[in-house]
Design a protein around this ligand. Structure first.
Ligand SMILES: Cc1cc2nc3c(=O)[nH]c(=O)nc-3n(C[C@H](O)[C@H](O)[C@H](O)COP(=O)(O)OP(=O)(O)OC[C@H]3O[C@@H](n4cnc5c(N)ncnc54)[C@H](O)[C@@H]3O)c2cc1C
Length: 399
């Protein structure tokens, strides 16, 4: 096992750094580094810069617009990008639905949808979870009944991230009769969000932001040609997606960038007897997080080393997901502690889609508690950490 970068990989790293230095907009990088929110406009602007460079979809096959990078090059890209303050691309189009379309869609679907996803002309959201179907997703209840060359969709999806911006939603729906086994009754539909009968309703999270939504379907007519692959095979397609995106699952680059910020802030923050960084109790906490982060980085590099010598990716992604979210949430705690009584903005105005705060200290400090609350999500979505532990028990420990 070799976890050192080769000379070619080091040259690639330089190329990436140069690109980020020249092309990453300073205002976006500053917001990202300060832990502030990025709007749709910022996100799309950055993704279009990547598109122009040919780098918007490193995980796609080259024939559809991918970069052809090795797993290690993808890791270098993700890490350098995060360290420079570059946002990760929004995953729903580029990382989630696109692999299903190029993997299982018809030629017509590939030509119709992939170019707009690659160029970030279309914003997608994910319609899997329902009120009583999260970890046990196969028990979902949204139905799609065929009538001629259309499906009539009825039901509701929940926790739909950024659905308020979406042009399209990819949904798992039940097409089979009630007696058909759940996993064999599910189909995969692409639904235009402008279709009559769709209502999007925001769910305001603890950070006061309308990031997630409920999406209601009331007799929504969807052409049968918008179904991916065969009827009743949606579950199989959805499962293949879970094995697709293995790079950057631990988000080491982002955690390194946020930890470096915490360290810098601790050096500048006045404590009772000097600066916070010199407080033995606080510096011990920082050291513990730094050790965890380093261990995470090396675990990811070891996994990459195995994959690049031809080993099939295994359940390591579950380990990386758990440790990655734990480290990220430990950094949230450090940042809240550093901000102290400036950590929460005062709620100033209440709107239907959230609330606006006023900060008495620095804006970055005022965002640390909202970020902390928001980032609790990381151990829930994408397969909760408890579910990942179940996978490790079965696949690694053989229990
Ligand atoms: C901020 C946020 C954004 C999201 N965005 C999206 C999105 O865009 N699209 C989408 O479709 N979904 C989205 N989700 C939904 C997410 O995938 C689900 O919340 C997740 O799968 C958990 O399902 P649940 O909320 O129904 O919790 P439940 O499945 O009811 O779980 C509740 C608790 O029980 C534990 N648990 C459940 N089953 C087991 C088990 N077998 N063994 C051990 N413990 C178990 C879970 O770990 C959890 O702690 C989002 C969720 C959040 C919080």
């Amino acid at each position: 096992m070799n976890i050192e970068f080769t000379s070619a990989e080091l040259a690639f790293q330089q190329q990436i750094r140069q690109f980020l230095n020249e092309k990453l907009p300073v205002d976006i990088a500053e917001k990202r580094k300060a832990g502030l929110y990025l709007g749709k406009e910022d996100q799309v602007r950055w993704q279009k810069i990547l598109y122009k460079q040919g780098w918007s979809a490193p995980n796609w096959p080259v024939e559809h617009g991918g970069t052809g990078w090795t797993p290690t090059e993808k890791y270098i890209w993700a890490t350098e990008c995060a360290l420079a303050g570059g946002p990760e691309v929004i995953s729903f189009g580029l990382k989630m639905v696109a692999p299903i379309i190029y993997g299982h869609g018809s030629e017509e679907q590939k030509q119709r949808f992939l170019p707009d996803i690659l160029a970030s002309n279309a914003w997608w959201c994910q319609g899997y979870s329902e009120a009583n179907a999260g970890s046990d997703l196969a028990s979902l209840k949204t139905t799609a009944a065929q009538e001629g060359d259309e499906y009539i969709v009825n039901g509701a999806k929940t926790w739909t991230t950024l659905g308020q911006h979406a042009d399209w939603i990819f949904c798992l729906v039940r097409t089979g009769a009630p007696e058909v086994k759940n996993q064999e009754a599910i189909s995969f539909l692409l639904i235009d969000m402008k279709t009559s009968g769709i209502t999007v309703s925001p769910i305001i999270t603890l950070d006061g932001k309308p990031e997630v939504n409920e999406v209601f379907f009331d007799n929504v007519r969807v052409p049968v040609t918008n179904r991916i692959g065969e009827e009743g095979k949606g579950w199989t397609y959805a499962k293949t997606l879970l094995t697709h995106e293995r790079t950057n699952i631990a988000r080491v680059g982002l955690s390194k960038q946020r930890f470096a910020r915490a360290k810098q802030l601790a050096k500048e923050t006045v404590d009772l007897d000097g600066y916070l960084i010199d407080n033995p109790a606080f510096s011990q906490k920082m050291a513990e997080v730094e050790i965890e982060l380093l261990a995470l980085e090396y675990t990811e590099l070891r996994t990459l080393s195995a994959v690049s010598t031809g080993a099939a990716p295994g359940p390591e992604s579950s380990i990386l997901k758990i440790k990655g979210t734990e480290v990220s949430q430990m950094i949230d705690e450090l940042l809240v502690e550093i901000a102290g009584n400036y950590a929460l903005p005062f709620v100033k105005e209440q709107f239907e889609d959230g609330f606006a705060g006023e900060h008495i200290g620095p804006e970055t400090a005022a965002n640390s508690a909202p970020y902390y609350f928001n980032n609790r999500k990381a151990s829930i979505y994408g397969g909760s950490n408890e579910i990942q532990k179940n996978i490790i028990c079965k696949a690694v420990l053989g229990l």
